[in-house]
Ligand binder design. Structure first.
Ligand code: MRU
Length: 362
């Protein structure tokens, strides 16, 4: 069964603290938007679509605690909440896209009663959430069609119901393919340093009863050389106009290996992951993680304290290494710039581009 990783419940946000998985299933309930922002920063809430959804609910909480409905208080609340969430994590564009939707809902509601503003914001946050659920469903259907029968798939990081408002992006494809009886096996990269593959994807696939095997990230090349995989499917945190893809660090290496071994490399993401205002992956702000995530496992020191560490959370896969990008609109093929320009023509992200921008990097 898929997990409901976040929900609006009785005037509060209720979410699963992913930093505690798989050992403990701990749910946090809060009416304080700063708790939600801290959860995003600490990866208790994570995954590109999910952090956008969480920021949406965070706006509702911020306005729920606002006492005055005068234009000045509303404007201050909008700016303060925008800064609160856009300064959490810089790479996944879904966060900025959702913040912009919430900002514009608040701006458009100015002049109405506090109750009406709050109701409009809640409706918008729920729309962001339910739209994502539907996008995941369609991505699963479209993506499963790309896999061969008896598919053996390698995936990286966590792209499931923990990372989204529905069944996931790449993982939704695996779920649908499994239901269609065309998926034989999934190999999961453990995904160092924070082990989203080992802790979260393995946990989710076990719950879904999908046969899976955990590997270290450095085993992937050997697995491909042995012919044990016939497709790689990953998610994305930001896709630029030329089709370059930022995703969890290690993704680029997998794409290089897939190209060498002539295995299809698929990226799955909703169109809210496309940054229509960014030309190439070189411009994507890449989050740097703390060195202690490499030098320690929990409290256990595994490298000498004080050693220099380089730990980008994401890398950028050049578009030419990607076989197809599965969105909820269609399966995009090369040349991606043309395909993405056509999508932009459909005015998909009008909301993210209307009016003052929430910016890109934190
Ligand atoms: O640092 P994380 O755990 O938020 O990184 C998540 C990923 O890189 C996922 O692959 C990506 O967000 C796609 S999720 C549907």
């Amino acid at each position: 069964m898929s997990v409901r990783s976040i929900e609006w419940h009785d005037g509060k946000v209720r979410f699963l603290d992913q930093s505690k998985l798989p050992a403990n299933e701990v749910y946090i309930e809060t009416d304080d938007e700063t708790v939600v922002a801290r959860a995003i920063k600490s990866l208790a809430l994570r995954g590109a679509p999910l952090i956008g959804i969480a920021a949406g609910y965070g706006f509702v909480l911020a306005f729920g605690r606002l006492k005055s409905d005068d234009a000045r208080s509303i404007s201050t609340c909008i700016e303060r909440t925008t800064h609160l969430f856009t300064s959490t994590r810089p790479t996944a564009v879904n966060l900025f896209w959702a913040v912009n939707r919430m900002r514009h809902t608040a701006i458009d509601s100015t002049g109405k009663s506090m109750d009406a503003i709050h109701a409009n914001l809640l409706a918008e946050a729920i729309a962001i959430h339910t739209e994502d659920e539907e996008k995941c469903r369609i991505i699963g259907q479209l993506g499963a069609g790309l896999l061969p029968n008896a598919a053996s798939v390698l995936t990286h990081c966590n792209t499931g119901s923990l990372a989204t408002g529905g069944d996931g992006t790449a993982q939704s494809i695996l779920k649908v393919a499994w239901e269609q009886k065309k998926l034989k096996h999934v190999y999961i990269d453990e995904t160092r340093p924070l082990l989203q593959g080992a802790r979260l994807t393995a946990w989710e696939l076990q719950r879904l009863r999908i046969p899976c095997t955990l590997i270290t990230d450095s085993t992937a090349a050997f697995l491909l050389q042995q012919g044990k995989v016939n497709a790689i499917v990953v998610g994305a945190d930001r896709i630029t106009l030329n089709g370059d893809v930022a995703n969890k660090v290690g993704t680029y290496g997998l794409a290089v290996m897939a190209t060498y071994h002539e295995i299809p490399f698929y990226v799955a993401a909703p169109t809210s992951t496309v940054d229509f205002e960014m030309e190439t992956g070189r411009e994507i702000p890449i989050e740097q993680r703390s060195g202690t995530e490499l030098t320690k496992i929990g409290e256990y020191q595994i490298a000498p304290a004080g050693v220099d560490v380089y730990s980008p959370a994401f890398d950028v896969t050049p578009h030419e290494l990607i076989t197809a990008i599965v969105t909820e609109r269609e399966v995009l093929r090369k040349p991606y710039r043309d395909a993405l320009e056509a999508l932009r023509g459909q005015n998909l992200s009008a909301l993210s581009q209307k009016g003052p921008s929430a910016g890109h990097a934190g």
